[in-house]
Ligand binder design. Sequence first.
Ligand SMILES: [Zn+2]
Length: 380
Amino acid sequence: MTMTFSFKLLAQDTHSQARAGLIQTPHGEIPTPVFAPVGTQATVKTLTPADLAELGANLILSNTYHLYLRPGAELIAGFGGLHGFMQWPGPILTDSGGYQVFSLSGLRKIDEDGVTFRSHLDGSEHRFTPELSIAVQEQLGADIIMAFDECPPPNDYDYNIEALARTHRWAERCLVAQRRPDQALYGIVQGGIFADLRAKSAEFLAALEFPGYGIGGLSVGETKIQMHEMLEVIHPILPRDKPRYLMGVGSPEDLFEAVARGVDQFDCVLPTRIARNGAVFTESGRLNLRNAQFAQDKNPIEAGCHCYTCRTFSRGYLRHLIIAKEILGLRLTTLHNLHFILETMRRIRQTILDGSFAQYKDDFLAAYQPVPEANRQTLS
Ligand SMILES: [Zn+2]
């Protein structure tokens, strides 16, 4: 645990703002751009740490809100933190709990000092403050931790002014509260869909010299065009030599568009969640393996895919497992979808390094038929 956090920018695309870099953490290196699979309950559902290592995952996200409620951060600290508890030896990121608490509409109350909320599990009352969020994240022991912020509805200008001021005061309190020097605390840019507020937020947080920056409050119902605009506003303001993390994104098409606008880091439940519903990524778009047309299909999900699922099983067999609600079906579709996203990110990074990212982006997006939807993580 002697190695500290650092970020090195290795290449900058000439046709876009895309960047390739390398994050160093106490638990290993993270080549960027990077996609972090989500392990809400200290597990990426259906997979073992060995599976994740084989997929080439370099960063896993866990949720502070869920782990604070169950089994409790103190208990996890007793196992040596999340690394010892879940037996994942690589880099881990925890969110602040803010996003989940704020999505408990009707069950929470915000004031200057923090948020009082009721557990979605048993209705018990709890209170998060910036200080408590940092203390809990220090007990969980992730390599990257996040400032406690408010994620307001993106379209209400007056409310966003008020929430942003609070988020900035909370960011300063998080910095003061931090005790562990081996964790990198990221500040989070907010400001809804408003360019002036996003710029103000990026300027304020840049001056606080966080080691990295989250971009919050996007992929929460705004349009894709609005999301792209907000990324373009903050790109020149955030320090070049710090990683930028677009929280809760995304779909394959979103990854390309955000990387092209300077984002280095992502997480999203989408690949794992849709896998458990029988939906799988291919280079031409998404397939739903529940469809009857796949019943006798002897092809893999995608010809040429190197994942264990595609090397071994037919669409017809996978469809049977999903219809019969067999656990193996959930595992195999999850393996394929994470392989698809992680492999796409590896190719994105490689093409940034060799100067062909623009071509790869055009080719990918020309072939890929997106599905319109909200892909942000929720409490389900
Ligand atoms: Zn596959």
